[in-house]
Design a protein around this ligand. Structure first.
Ligand SMILES: Nc1ncnc2c1ncn2[C@@H]1O[C@H](COP(=O)(O)OP(=O)(O)OP(=O)(O)O)[C@@H](O)[C@H]1O
Ligand SMILES: [Mg+2]
Length: 591
C-alpha cells in the first residue's frame, strides 16, 4: 500500500464516490436553497394580509395575495419532488459504485482474510451499512442543509421585524445546542453497540442457516434456540437502551420548542399592545416559528443519522482497507502457457506462530504425476495452497517453471491450475454452469467430455433435467461422490497445466476410482498432476510419492521404493492391501 493511502481516512475514501455526482448534488443544493427561500414568502404574505387587508381594509389586494400564496405553495411542491428525485438518484449512484468497489475488493482478499471474517459481518457491510450511507446522501444532507437555511432565514426575518424580539427568542438557542450535544454524546456508544449486536445477530443467523443440517443431525435445536435468544435479547436491549436515551431527550426538545412560542406570545403580544410591532408582524413571526422549531426539535435525530453514517463508512472502510497479504502483481507481458514444472525449495509455512509445514523440498518435471499421502493434518492441502499462492511461504521458495510464484502474474498462475478442492463447493446453478465455471464460454460438448472423464456423465444424464439440473446451495441434492466428480470435471475442463486433486476420489467406489485413474493417465506428459489421497490405490501409479507427517516430508520415492523401505508408506500399504501383496512384492524385489 502506498504511504498516502495509509493515512487515508474513511471520509476521504468516501468523498470521491459522492464527487462523481457533484453536478446532481449541486442542482439539489440549489433547489433546496430556493425552497428554503420560498418558505419565507408565505408568513410574509400572511403578515401583509393582517396589516393591509384586515386592519387597513385594502380588500382589493386580497386576490393577488392569495394567488401568490397558492403559486408559492405549488412551486415549492414541484421543487420538493424534483430535489428528492435528484438526491435519491445521486445516493443510489454513489451506493452502486461503492458496492461494486467493495465487492471487487472482497474478491481480491486472500484466504487469510476469509479465515478471520464472519460471513454475516461481511454481509452486514454490504447491506445495513450501505443503507445507512444511502440514507445520509438521499436524506440527511439536504434536510440538514435546508433546516440550517430555514433557521437562519427565519431569524433574519424576525430581526427585520424587531431586533429585540429576535434576541429574546435567541436566548432559547444555547439550551437546545447543549441538549443536542449531550444527547449525541450519550447516544453514540449505545448506537455503536446497537450496530455490533445487529451484525452479530446477522452472523449468527447466517451460520445457523448454513449449518442447519448439523444442528438437526445432533438434535441441537434447543441449544441453538437458547443461543439465538441470547443474541436476540442483546440486540433488543441495545435497541431499547438507545431508545431510552432518545426518550429522555424528547421532552427536553419539546419544552424548548414550546418555550419559543411562549416567548413570542408573551413578549410579542406585549410589544403589539405597546405598539412596537403590528399585529401583522406578530402573525408573520408566528409563521416563522416552525422554521426555528423544526431544526431544534430534529437536531438530535440528525446528529444520530450523521453518526450512523460515520460509523458505517468507518466499518466499510475498515473491511475495505485490509490489504491481502498475497499481493497480486499484474504482469502484462505475453503469457506463455505454463509447462507445469514445480519445485519447492526448503519451503516452510507458519500460521499464528505455529509451524504448519517445515522445510519442504521436491522437484516435479512437467507432465509427471505426484502422489501425496500422510496422516490427517499433516499439511498436504497446505502444500497445494502454497502452490496456488492462497498463502505465501514464510521461508523458502515455490517455483513454477523455474520462476518464483511470488513474481508471477497471480491470475495467470491460478488460471493454469485446475484444482478440485477437498471441501467441494458448488454454486446454486445448473450442473453445466458449475462444470463450465472456469471456462464459461466453452461448448456443451467440452462440458460433456469433461464429465465423461470424471465419470459424471452417466449420473448427470440420468437426472430428469440432465445438465440443466439446478444444484442447491453448496451442491445440496447430490451425493458426496457426485459432488466430487463434478468438482473434478470442473477442474479438468480448464485444460490446466497443473491439476490438483485434493482427496477427490475419497467418496467414490473403487471401480469409479480406477476408471478416473485411467482417464487421468491420458493427461500424462500433458499436465502435471498432484493427487492427495489416503488410499494407496489412488496414488500407487504416480511417478513419485511424497509421504507427509507433521508438516514434513518423511519419505519420498516411487511406490515400489517406498514399499521396499518398510516405513510409514509400507505400513499403510500393508494395512490397506493385507499381507499378501506385500509378501509378493518383497519376493519380487528379492529376485
Ligand atoms: N491458515 C491456517 N491457520 C492456522 N492453521 C492452519 C491453517 N491452515 C492449516 N492449518 C493447520 O495446519 C495443519 C495442516 O493442515 P492441512 O489442511 O494442510 O492438512 P492435511 O494434510 O490436508 O489434512 P487432511 O488430510 O485432513 O486434509 C492442520 O493442523 C491445520 O489445523
Ligand atoms: Mg487436506
Amino acid at each position: 500500500m502506498k504511504g498516502e493511502e495509509l493515512v487515508m481516512t474513511p471520509l476521504k475514501w468516501f468523498l470521491p464516490f459522492l464527487k462523481k455526482y457533484r453536478r446532481l448534488m449541486a442542482i439539489g443544493i440549489v433547489l433546496t436553497t430556493v425552497i428554503a427561500a420560498l418558505s419565507i414568502v408565505n408568513p410574509l404574505i400572511s403578515g401583509v394580509i393582517v396589516d393591509d387587508v384586515i386592519t387597513a381594509g385594502n380588500y382589493a389586494l386580497l386576490p393577488r395575495l392569495i394567488l401568490c400564496l397558492f403559486l408559492v405553495t405549488l412551486v415549492t411542491s414541484i421543487l420538493r419532488f424534483v430535489y428528492q428525485l435528484v438526491f435519491e438518484t445521486a445516493s443510489q449512484g454513489t451506493l452502486y459504485d461503492m458496492r461494486a468497489q467493495v465487492y471487487r475488493k472482497l474478491l481480491e482478499e486472500d484466504f487469510d482474510f476469509y479465515n478471520r471474517k464472519r460471513t454475516g459481518d461481511l454481509m452486514s457491510r454490504q447491506t445495513g451499512d450501505m443503507d445507512a450511507i444511502r440514507h445520509f446522501v438521499a436524506y440527511v444532507i439536504y434536510v440538514v442543509y435546508q433546516n440550517v437555511l430555514l433557521f437562519v432565514f427565519a431569524l433574519c426575518m424576525i430581526f427585520t421585524v424587531n431586533g429585540k424580539l429576535a434576541l429574546c427568542m435567541l436566548t432559547v438557542l444555547p439550551f437546545t445546542a447543549l441538549s443536542t450535544y449531550r444527547q449525541s454524546r450519550e447516544v453514540r456508544p449505545a448506537f455503536q453497540r446497537n450496530r455490533n449486536c445487529f451484525s452479530s445477530l446477522n452472523a449468527f443467523v447466517q451460520e445457523n442457516v448454513s449449518g442447519n443440517r448439523v444442528v438437526k443431525a445432533f438434535a441441537k435445536e434447543d441449544f441453538e434456540k437458547e443461543k439465538f435468544q441470547v443474541e436476540n435479547d442483546r440486540f433488543r436491549d441495545a435497541q431499547i437502551s438507545a431508545s431510552r436515551i432518545w426518550m429522555k431527550y424528547v421532552p427536553i426538545f419539546e419544552i424548548l420548542s414550546y418555550a419559543l412560542t411562549v416567548v413570542l406570545m408573551i413578549y410579542g403580544g406585549y410589544m403589539v399592545i405597546q405598539g412596537e410591532i403590528t399585529l401583522g408582524d406578530l402573525v408573520k413571526v408566528n409563521g416563522y416559528l416552525w422554521m426555528l422549531n423544526m431544526p431544534l426539535r430534529m437536531a438530535g435525530w440528525w446528529v444520530n443519522d450523521i453518526q450512523n453514517f460515520a460509523t458505517s463508512v468507518e466499518k466499510i472502510y475498515a473491511t475495505y482497507s485490509e490489504e491481502p497479504k498475497v499481493r497480486t502483481p499484474r504482469i502484462d507481458e505475453t503469457r506463455e502457457k505454463i509447462r507445469g514444472e514445480v519445485e519447492f525449495r526448503s519451503v516452510s509455512y507458519q500460521a499464528e506462530g505455529e509451524d504448519i509445514v517445515t522445510d519442504i523440498s521436491f522437484h516435479v518435471r512437467p507432465g509427471q504425476t505426484v502422489g501425496i499421502i500422510g496422516s490427517t493434518g499433516a499439511g498436504k492441502s497446505t502444500l497445494m495452497n502454497l502452490l496456488c499462492r492462497f498463502y505465501d511461504a514464510t521461508s523458502g521458495q515455490v517455483l513454477v517453471d523455474g520462476q518464483d510464484v511470488r513474481q508471477m502474474d497471480l491470475y495467470h498462475l491460478r488460471d493454469s491450475i485446475g484444482m478440485a478442492m477437498q471441501d467441494v463447493f458448488l454454486f446454486s446453478d445448473t450442473i453445466e454452469g458449475n462444470i463450465a465455471y472456469g471456462r464459461p464460454d466453452c461448448s456443451f460438448e467440452s462440458v460433456r467430455q469433461a464429465a465423461i472423464r470424471a465419470d459424471a456423465n452417466h449420473f448427470i444424464k440420468a437426472m430428469p433435467q440432465g445438465y440443466d439440473t439446478i444444484v442447491g446451495e453448496r451442491g445440496v441434492g447430490l451425493s458426496g461422490g457426485q459432488k466430487q466428480r463434478i468438482s473434478l470435471a470442473r477442474a479438468l475442463l480448464k485444460d490446466p497445466s497443473i491439476l490438483i486433486l485434493d482427496d477427490t476420489t475419497s467418496a467414490v467406489d473403487m471401480e469409479t476410482e480406477s476408471y478416473i485413474q485411467s482417464q487421468l493417465k491420458a493427461l500424462q506428459n500433458k499436465c502435471t498432476v498432484f493427487i492427495i489421497a489416503y488410499r494407496i490405490s489412488s496414488i500407487k501409479d504416480a511417478d513419485f510419492i511424497l509421504v507427509m507427517d507433521q508438516g514434513r516430508i518423511i519419505e519420498q520415492g516411487t511406490h515400489e521404493e517406498l514399499v521396499a523401505r518398510g516405513g510409514y508408506y509400507a505400513k499403510a500399504f500393508r494395512s490397506q492391501y493385507g499381507e499378501i501383496p506385500y509378501a509378493l512384492l518383497q519376493e519380487k524385489n528379492a529376485k
